[in-house]
Structure formats: structure tokens, C-alpha cells
Design a protein around this ligand. Structure first.
Ligand SMILES: Cc1ncc(COP(=O)(O)O)c(C=O)c1O
Length: 410
């Protein structure tokens, strides 16, 4: 395959060349342990602190002491939630949503297994949360609320500023966590100015052109939180383990670069809107998941009726196009993702989901190629689909699940 078209940037991103250049010296000559006392260790030590400032800046944190480095988004989420529970032992209740990434949902399940109560909030057909459900879910002993900033599959954004404010107005002792893995570097974030009620925020380096194996956790100053990973005294005793200096340097650099590219947000959004319009014009029976909600500029989740997402991916792969579906292949059966199920996307469409996620490296030609090949792929999969046959032969009235991308009666 000579040219790969990479449209799966919510899964991971390519390391920016400038990031690679910035981090390499810390794998070569400047390999020293930042905790060592000799002069040579000062370079890596200072570099980690510089990266902490860069991460603090992209988050609009009040102080660099609020930023901890971790190994990934998953660790950050575990640390946020377990740390909140351990520091508030009199509180036994957690609130989260049905569409969180497994890095939160599975933690919530484990929390429940450990004897806590967990309330999982539903979303509507567009993937949106009803703030009244959140208020009703809060209990006297709620320790932490965890709501993602934007969904990784659909790109649907949650109004974190107002949701966190509502929680604090109800009970200032409840901690508010947001998983910002899909928003950091894509949307401007200002924890001081715009999100003053967010106590804990997490994200991962490999989603914003830094390497894999590094993440960050923001813990607002004064928040009752206890370290999750204990051992050495690194990160001022709040996250043990010798620092992954090179990747931390890469993360800091990636944050600076991302801030310089915020201007491209509207351009990405326009490219996605054009893609959605063109696909709709060329392919019948397609839904854009979460269309009515505010969405990330770089994400489109399609649901093609009467085809399997895995089939679409296989065919795209043959054209050198990398994308992803919302299906998880579990024990031989292709189950729609928990996100699409929570949004109650009809069975016949949820199976045919396709997520397209771009980055600043994605070109118009990449989108054009996708638009060119996708109609034939869907048409040939539908020719093989018994459900498509049934649909075509069904009486017109009531046969379509969607009307202009909306559910009937909505
Ligand atoms: C919303 C969200 N949270 C957490 C994670 C996990 O991040 P990591 O792969 O760094 O553990 C991901 C990764 O896909 C994600 O999209």
C-alpha cells in the first residue's frame, strides 16, 4: 500500500515531527534519572518541569503543582476516581454516564464491585445528557461525578461548565471529574476561567500527537484526593514511578503545538460537514450519530443501515483507508458499542457504524478519496445483506427508520 489515508485519529495520532525531535535527546545523551543528585540529572529534571508548565498552559491551570504526569489516559482516570474515593471515605456513591470510555466505565464497575453505589446516567438519541437527571442522581454521600468532555465515538460534547456548576451548587464537597482525552488539544480549555468547578481532569498524550505511554492528571489545588500509585517520591509523592522523561517532554511540546493549531478547528469542522453532506447525497439510509448535538470538530460517526461496520472497515482497508467502527467484536458476535446502544440507535443502523476522525495532518484529498470509494462499498455490502433486501421489498410507508437523519416522531 503506497499511500495510507489515516482517518482514525480518535484512536491514536501520529507523533508530530517536532515532538519527536524535542524528545529524542532524552532517549539519547540526556537519559539520566531526574531524581539523581549529580549535575547531569538537572537537564531531564528541568525538562519535566518545562513540560509541566506547557501542560498547565493548555489546560489553563492555576499552578503547575496541579499537573501530574501518568502513563496514559486510563491510568489518569483510575487515579482520579480511586483517589477521590480514598480521600473521601465517608462517601460511598459515584455518578457517571452510560457513554464513558471503558477507562471510566470499567473503573466504575470495579468501584461497584468494591461495595460502592454507582449511578449511570442515560443519554438521549443524540447522545446528550439531561442535566435534571444529573441533579436527581446526586445523593447525600456522592463522592465524585465523572462525565467525559466529549465522546470518543460520536464526538458529542458535554456542557462540562454548567454540569460541574450544578453539582457544586448542590453539594460543594462532591468532586467533579472530566475525562478530556478527546478534547485536550482539539478545543481550547481554561480550567481557571471556564471550568472553575472541575476538580479533576484527565487526558492522554497519544491523542494529540505526543507518543503513547504518557498522560496527565489535573488535580485542582486544595481538592481532597489521594495518590493512586504509591512507591517512590516522584511527582511530589503524588504519582510514584520514575518519570517517562522523553514522553513527558514530547507531551509538553505537543501541547504547545496544539495551542498554535486551534485556529484550524473551524477548517476541520467545515471538512467534516462537507463530508457528511456528500455522503448523505450519495448514499441512502445513513444517519450521522449525534447530529443534533454539539460535536468535536474532527469527528463524524456514520450509521449505515443494513450493513456491518466490520465489512466497511475491511473494504476501506483494502483501499488503504484506516477508520474504525463502533462495534466491538465480542465472542464471535458483532455487538454495537455501548455508546450507540445508550443512544438507542436502531439495531439495523448501529451495526453499520463508521467513525471518521481527522487531525491537522488530514488533507481534503483524504476526505475526497473516502467520499469516492464509500458509495460503492456500501452498495456492494447491501447487495449481500438480507436485511437490505427485506427493507427494499417492504412497503414504503413505515419502512425507513430515519427521516432526514431523525427518528420518526422526534
Ligand atoms: C475518552 C477516552 N478516555 C480514555 C482513553 C484511554 O486513553 P489511553 O489509551 O491513553 O489509556 C481513551 C482512548 O481511546 C479515550 O478516548
Amino acid at each position: 500500500m503506497d499511500h495510507v489515508i489515516y482517518l482514525d485519529n480518535n484512536a491514536t495520532t501520529q507523533v508530530a515531527p517536532e515532538v519527536l525531535e524535542a524528545l529524542l535527546p532524552f532517549l539519547r545523551e540526556s537519559f539520566f534519572n531526574p531524581s539523581s543528585s549529580y549535575d547531569q540529572a538537572r537537564g531531564p529534571r528541568d525538562a519535566v518541569e518545562r513540560a509541566r508548565e506547557q501542560v498547565g498552559r493548555i489546560l489553563g491551570a492555576g499552578s503547575t503543582t496541579e499537573v501530574l504526569f501518568t502513563s496514559c489516559g486510563t491510568e489518569s482516570n483510575n487515579a482520579a476516581l480511586w483517589g477521590a474515593l480514598r480521600a473521601n471515605a465517608d462517601r460511598r456513591h459515584v455518578v457517571t454516564t452510560a457513554v464513558e470510555h471503558p477507562a471510566v466505565i470499567e473503573v466504575a464497575k470495579e468501584i461497584e464491585r468494591q461495595g460502592y453505589r454507582v449511578t449511570v446516567l442515560p443519554v438521549d438519541h443524540q447522545g446528550r445528557l439531561d442535566p435534571r437527571d444529573l441533579v436527581h442522581a446526586l445523593e447525600k454521600d456522592t463522592a465524585v461525578v465523572s462525565i467525559m468532555h466529549a465522546n470518543n465515538e460520536t464526538g458529542v460534547q458535554f456542557p462540562i461548565a454548567s454540569l460541574s456548576r450544578v453539582v457544586k451548587e448542590t453539594d460543594p464537597r462532591i468532586l467533579f471529574h472530566t475525562d478530556a482525552t478527546q478534547t485536550t488539544g482539539k478545543l481550547p480549555i481554561d480550567l481557571q476561567r471556564d471550568l472553575p468547578h472541575v476538580d479533576l481532569l484527565t487526558f492522554s498524550g497519544h491523542k494529540l500527537h505526543a507518543p503513547k505511554g504518557v498522560g496527565a492528571l489535573f488535580v485542582r489545588r486544595g481538592v481532597r484526593w489521594r495518590p493512586y500509585l504509591v512507591g517512590g517520591h516522584q511527582e511530589r509523592g503524588r504519582r510514584a514511578g520514575t518519570e517517562n522523561v522523553a514522553s513527558i517532554v514530547g507531551l509538553g511540546h505537543a501541547c504547545d503545538l496544539a495551542r498554535r493549531h486551534y485556529f484550524a478547528e473551524e477548517q476541520l469542522r467545515a471538512q467534516h460537514r462537507r463530508l457528511e453532506k456528500e455522503i448523505r447525497e450519495r448514499i441512502p439510509n445513513v444517519l450521522v450519530n449525534g447530529e443534533g448535538a454539539e460535536r468535536l470538530p474532527n469527528t463524524t460517526s456514520f450509521a449505515f443501515e443494513y450493513v456491518e461496520g466490520e465489512g466497511i472497515l475491511f473494504a476501506l482497508n483494502q483501499h488503504g483507508i484506516c477508520a474504525s467502527s463502533g462495534s466491538a467484536c465480542t465472542s464471535g458476535s458483532l455487538d454495537p458499542s455501548h455508546v450507540l446502544k445508550a443512544m438507542q440507535i436502531p439495531f439495523t443502523a448501529a451495526h453499520g457504524s463508521l467513525r471518521i476522525s481527522s487531525s491537522r495532518y488530514t488533507t481534503t484529498a483524504d476526505f475526497d478519496r473516502l467520499t469516492e470509494v464509500l458509495p460503492d462499498i456500501i452498495a456492494s455490502l447491501r447487495r449481500m445483506s438480507p436485511y437490505w433486501d427485506q427493507h427494499k421489498n417492504a412497503p414504503k410507508e413505515g419502512a425507513d427508520v430515519f427521516v432526514q437523519g431523525k427518528y420518526r416522531g422526534e
